[in-house]
Structure formats: structure tokens, C-alpha cells
Design a protein around this ligand. Sequence first.
Ligand SMILES: [Mg+2]
Length: 107
Amino acid sequence: MTELKENPTLIDLQNYIKKICKERAWDKNNYLEIFLLFSEEIGELAKAMRNREKLYTEEAKKYKKYELEEEFADVLSYLLDLANYFEIDLEKAFRKKDKINSKRTWK
Ligand SMILES: [Mg+2]
């Protein structure tokens, strides 16, 4: 069974997701299927944030701290999975885009 090492780098996380997707036979999904699941998790994250901020919540619905954490983790997992599908090194991509953004004028 694959285990995530302590203090993983971004590429460690990407490699971990690649391995567990294979172990759990989740590596058969194409990018559209992964994107649908990713989108679903973004919706769940939106709902968890809404619940935490008590925005349009039903009285019966109580915010649970782990809910928000879990949804961030779900979104991250699918983002890593999508990046793996397209063979994108997220750290490199982030650094490259951050460099571009640093040269832009922000108002
Ligand atoms: Mg979720």
C-alpha cells in the first residue's frame, strides 16, 4: 500500500495520487470524467464554505470543521489527478505562471 511521505513536495503529491489511482483502479478515467468529478468537488467545497460562513444555510445544517478540510482535500486530489493526466508538473507550472504574473501590473 502506498503511503504519503511526511512533508511532501508538490511533485510528491502528484506521484502519490498517480500511485493510488493505479492501486484503486481509478486510472481508467479520461480527462472529461476526471474534470466532472473535479467540478463536483468544487461544488462541494463551495457548499462547505457557504455552511461555514452560514450563508443561506438551513437551520438544521450544522457546520463541521472537517467538512471544509475534506472538500479542499478532494479538490486538490482531482487537481493533482488532472495535472497528472496532462503530464503537467504543477510546481513548474506554478513557478512559470507566477513569474509571468509578477511582471504584470496589478491594479
Ligand atoms: Mg467531496
